[in-house]
Design a protein around this ligand. Structure first.
Ligand SMILES: [Fe+2]
Length: 182
């Protein structure tokens, strides 16, 4: 099963009260990569090792997001949901539980990715995004990184950030891509 993807509003609400699932090309066109593995199967371990080797993801750690397992939970969760970008890829593999990664599409609208057990995504450097838990209120994620991890989040607007500019340029000649800060 691939992750389910649909459009949401500014506060994460479903639009027109429904979830119209979108094809995964919606992610591909904005540079988001995705895989589906099975954390319980050894073949998946091999596949994960392969992905890590190919993409140079030498660093790995695990993070559990829920009130009793994450220090400064309230503050962290608030920051995760604030629209931001990073100077590097954000790579997450969902081992247990579930949660929502929202990314901006080419029209600057929110696309919600429902990550569940086995889903793995790579958000490209410079993409605006945010994260929030779903009703299950628990997720265990593997975080990967090339070399020593840097988790610095740059809150929107970051139109002058060279990594942001590079990302925008990579989106097919920028036509129709809203650059305005809000
Ligand atoms: Fe992030």
């Amino acid at each position: 099963m691939a992750p389910q993807v649909w459009m949401v509003g500014e506060t994460g609400e479903d639009l027109h009260g429904t979830r119209e699932f979108l094809p995964l090309t919606k992610l591909e066109e904005i540079g988001v990569l995705h895989w589906h593995l099975d954390p319980k199967k050894s073949e998946s371990e091999e596949e994960l090792a392969e992905i890590r080797k190919e993409r140079g993801y030498s660093y790995m750690d695990l993070i559990e997001i829920c009130p009793d397992k994450l220090e400064n939970y309230e503050e962290k969760v608030k920051n995760f949901f604030r629209e931001h970008m990073h100077a590097d890829e954000e790579i997450r593999y969902c081992l247990e539980g579930s949660g929502y990664f929202d990314v901006r599409d080419k029209d600057d609208k929110w696309v919600r990715i429902w990550m569940k057990e086995g889903d793995m995504i790579v958000l490209p450097a410079g993409i605006y995004h945010r994260f929030t838990l779903d009703d299950t209120n628990y997720v265990k994620l593997m975080r990967l990184f090339i070399g020593e991890p840097v988790w610095t989040a740059y809150n929107r607007p970051q139109e002058d950030h060279p990594v942001r500019q590079e990302y925008v340029k990579s989106l097919n000649g920028n036509t129709g891509f809203a650059l305005a800060a809000h």
